[in-house]
Design a protein around this ligand. Sequence first.
Ligand SMILES: C[S@@+](CC[C@H](N)C(=O)[O-])C[C@H]1O[C@@H](n2cnc3c(N)ncnc32)[C@H](O)[C@@H]1O
Length: 290
Amino acid sequence: MNIAKGIAYAQQFLAENLINDPYLNAKADSYLLLQSVTGLTKSQLMAFDDRALSAESQQKLTALLQRRAKGEPMAYILGETEFWSLNLKVSPDTLIPRPDTEILVEQALMIAKAKSQQQGNVSILDLGTGTGAIALALADELQKCGTKYRILGVDLVLGAVELARQNARQNHLGNVEFQQSSWFENVTERVDIIVSNPPYIDSQDVHLQQGDVRFEPLTALVAENQGYADLQKIIENAPRFLQPQGWLLLEHGWQQGEKVRSFFSENLWHSVQTVKDYGGHERVTLARLA
Ligand SMILES: C[S@@+](CC[C@H](N)C(=O)[O-])C[C@H]1O[C@@H](n2cnc3c(N)ncnc32)[C@H](O)[C@@H]1O
C-alpha cells in the first residue's frame, strides 16, 4: 500500500464507521493520522503519495483507525491539539481545550492589557488549568506585546498540572507556574485577574453519553448542584484572592448565564456582564470587584 492508497483507505474507513458523527471530516482526519504514523508533514504526504507505507506504518494506522471508529477524539489519539495559536499536548487527565474558551481568553486579554497599562504589570490566576490552555494563551499574547506579567495555573489533578508544565516548556513560555490545588486551597497571593473554565455539567446531562465527552474525565466536566457548585464556589471565594478592582471571568454552559450572574452579589461586584460565543450563546460571565 502506498501513501495515496493509505489516505483513501483511512478516509473510507472513517466515513463508513463514523456515519453518525456530524462533525466528521474524514479527509482531514486521514491526513492527520497518516502524519502521525509516518512522521511526515501534510505537504510531504501530498508530494510523495506514491511512496510505499511500511508494514509497521500500516499496522499503526489500522490501530489508530480502530480507536477513532470507537469515537475516541482525534486529540487524544494524536496526543495534541491546537488552541489559540499554540500546539498543546493533551491527555485523558483533563479536557481537550475547546474553541469556545477562546472567548474567555479574548476578554481576559483586554483586561490584562488595560491593567498593565495602568500599573506596569499584571498578575493572573487560572483555576482548573487542565492543559494550561487559558494560562498559556494569555502568556503567549502578553509576552508578545512585552507586558510584564505573572500567571499561576492550578488544577486538582496532578497529571493535568504536569501536562500544563510540559506545554509551557514546549511553547517556550515563561513567567507561568503550575501547581496542584483544589481551587484556592494552595493559593497564597492576591492577583489582578482570576480566570476559570470549571466543570459545569449536571451529572444527569444526556450529553455526557455523546461524542468526545465520553472519553474525557468527569473531574473536568461534572459539578454538583446541577453543574453550578464549582462556579458558585469560585465566585464566593474569589474576593479573598483578588486585588481591589480585580476581575473574575468564568466560562459556563450556554444556558447558565442568568443564574451565574445572580451568584455575583451586588454589594461586592460591579460591571457584571455576559459575553456570547461565536454561536451566539451566553458563554462567559465577568465582573469587577468593588
Ligand atoms: C472544564 S476543564 C477546563 C480545563 C482548561 N482550563 C480548559 O479550558 O481547557 C476543568 C478543569 O478543572 C479541574 N478541576 C476540577 N475540580 C477542581 C478543583 N476542585 N480544583 C481545581 N481544579 C479542578 C479539572 O481537573 C479540569 O482540568
